[in-house]
Design a protein around this ligand. Structure first.
Ligand SMILES: Nc1ncnc2c1ncn2[C@@H]1O[C@H](COP(=O)(O)OP(=O)(O)O)[C@@H](O)[C@H]1O
Ligand SMILES: N[C@@H](CCOP(=O)(O)O)C(=O)O
Length: 326
């Protein structure tokens, strides 16, 4: 359960008073997510999600992704919308944290993503990338290649507690990635955390995307690589080429990848695996006292990274190269 910050009922009632969200009937901490504190609110006007932003979200970044959610929704990408107070304010402060109320999105995230879900997320990701092309704001990605060494430095001295040799493994891979990270690929707005728990479905139909605090401007194909890692491995961490084909084909039907993007995909997937390995490692080694959270397993991403190191071309994902989109 991700609840880092407690909220007293009186404080919540005072926080909600300037909104037109009805009277608060109940609220409870949400047993999912690892980054921020989330509560499900029931009011006389319906259900809402209250998010208190924690350590990885700077208050200055909130306007970017709150505006992005409105921009995407206006272009047909289903995602929650922030509630406004009667004077038009979106973000407030609650229990000392920046806090926002968003509407409740119907659907459930797939606990065991199948091929149909991979196709759904591939298409939705491409549509999100296209919808973001005219988004007028810019936020660099603090968790791209330049942000990985500071994370490594935070965890390096204790990495071998998780797995002997992990420190040297990461050090070598990080040096490699820093030396050849691509600079010329198409960029735009990326979600940067589009894992299965951030994509809702009703039946087999995708109903919406949530959780935009990592959204930023970065290499579009890097977002595809994040999804390959998050969606196309089995619980035993075997790579599933059928799922990768479904995800990449659906993506490319909406937004074909250039030859350069296709060629870079294995490298981007190594970087994407490194990014989540590092944040998981840092979080695993430093769970805040009293926090209700189940940290995610860094070793899952060591295994995924080791797989991606064996991939030479997009064909190794079971996908035909440029032009031949299934
Ligand atoms: N708009 C929403 N509608 C319905 N449920 C939501 C919504 N936003 C978040 N949730 C629920 O809260 C959980 C955690 O949200 P998430 O945004 O992933 O957390 P975090 O901020 O920690 O990444 C989700 O898995 C989902 O169950
Ligand atoms: N997706 C990240 C963790 C952050 O995502 P959340 O949506 O679970 O808060 C990971 O798997 O490491």
């Amino acid at each position: 359960m991700a609840v880092y910050t407690d909220v007293a009922a009186d404080d919540l009632a005072a926080f909600l008073a300037p909104y037109d969200l009805g009277d608060l009937l109940s609220y409870k901490g949400i047993a999912e997510g690892v980054e921020n504190t989330n509560f499900l609110l029931h009011t006389t006007r319906g259900s809402f999600i209250l998010t208190l932003y924690e350590k990885r979200v700077a208050e200055d970044d909130l306007p970017y992704f709150l505006a992005l959610m409105a921009h995407l929704a206006a272009r047909g990408v289903s995602c929650p919308q922030p509630a406004k107070t009667r004077d038009g304010t979106i973000c407030g402060t609650l229990s000392g944290r920046p806090a926002v109320v968003i509407n409740f999105l119907e659907g459930v995230w797939p606990r065991r993503p199948g091929v149909v879900h991979c196709a759904g997320v591939g298409e939705a990701l491409a549509r999100m990338h296209l919808a973001g092309l005219d988004f007028p704001h810019y936020r660099s990605n603090p968790l791209s290649v330049g942000g990985w060494r500071p994370l490594f430095n935070m965890a390096a001295s204790r990495a071998d507690e998780i797995q002997p040799g992990l420190r040297d493994f990461i050090a070598a891979e990080l040096a490699h990635l820093e030396g050849c990270w691509p600079q010329q690929l198409p960029t735009g707005v990326i979600h940067a955390d589009l894992f299965p728990d951030n994509v809702f479905f009703i039946g087999d139909t995708l109903s919406g995307l949530i959780d935009f605090p990592f959204a930023c401007n970065d290499i579009l194909a890097y977002d595809v690589a994040i999804c390959l890692n998050a969606w196309c491995f089995e619980p035993d961490l075997a790579f599933n080429a059928t799922k990768a084909r479904a995800l990449l084909s659906a993506y490319q039907r909406a937004r074909p990848l250039s030859e350069a993007e296709q060629a870079a995909l294995p490298l981007l997937a190594r970087g994407a695996a490194m990014r989540f390995l590092l944040t998981r490692l840092v979080d695993y080694l430093d769970v805040p006292e009293g926090a209700l959270v189940k940290p995610k397993d860094p070793l899952e991403y060591v295994r995924k990274l080791r797989f991606q190191q064996t991939v030479a071309t997009i064909r190794d994902y079971g996908v035909e190269a440029a032009g031949a989109v299934a």
